[in-house]
Design a protein around this ligand. Structure first.
Ligand code: HEC
Length: 160
């Protein structure tokens, strides 16, 4: 009898101890994605666009030094974000493929940086596609909410 009463108390203490000794991962991937990865990728992707509509076909591309620098900076930031995703705080509990995807992001971002440095719009555009593929590849395996790069609704919203 004594044991039965003591057991819940003991596990409660254990749980409390666990919470103290195991802090949450240093990198909150969801926040990093929404706050950094997505907006940075958008800066890069938006910098070169081929638009075809009723008004005809036209190309948007960086023109000034500042615009090219912005594109290059976005690429450099994506490279660093790939590094951050490889850090223990982000990679803990994931498979080795996580590190490969994160490395893939850094690798392709390096090409993106080079393309911007060369001021080559076609290359910026092309590498932009490769960046997207890396995002999607990791999401296919690790994003628990389905629906591509922008899971707009939390999974629980379906119950409404
Ligand atoms: C190494 C793996 C990995 C790579 C590479 C990656 N992501 Fe993610 N991303 C995730 C994971 C995991 C989630 C789900 C996070 C969660 O909900 O806890 C996510 C979620 C997101 C979300 C949803 C955030 C939210 O608020 O729910 C966006 C947007 C996103 N990623 C954009 C991108 C873009 C853009 C790229 C490429 C430039 C990219 N991701 C590359 C792993 C990755």
């Amino acid at each position: 009898m004594k044991l039965k009463i003591a057991a819940p108390l003991f596990s409660a203490l254990l749980a409390a101890g666990c919470q103290q000794s195991a802090p949450p991962p240093a990198v909150d991937v969801k926040t990093l994605m929404a706050g950094k990865v997505q907006p940075t990728a958008e800066i890069y992707w938006n910098s070169v666009q081929y638009i075809s509509d009723a008004a005809g076909s036209r190309k948007i591309e960086p023109k000034t030094d500042a615009e090219w620098a912005r594109t290059q900076e976005a690429a450099a930031t994506l490279r660093q974000l790939g590094e951050q995703l490889r850090s223990p705080g982000a990679a803990a509990g994931r498979g080795n493929d996580w590190l490969d995807y994160a490395q893939g992001l850094s690798d392709v971002a390096k090409l993106a940086e080079q393309a911007a440095k060369e001021r080559n719009p076609d290359k910026v555009f092309e590498v932009g596609g490769s960046i997207y593929n890396v995002c999607s590849a990791c999401h296919e395996v690790y994003m628990t909410v389905p629906g591509g790069a922008r899971p707009a609704e939390p999974a629980s919203s379906g119950t409404k």
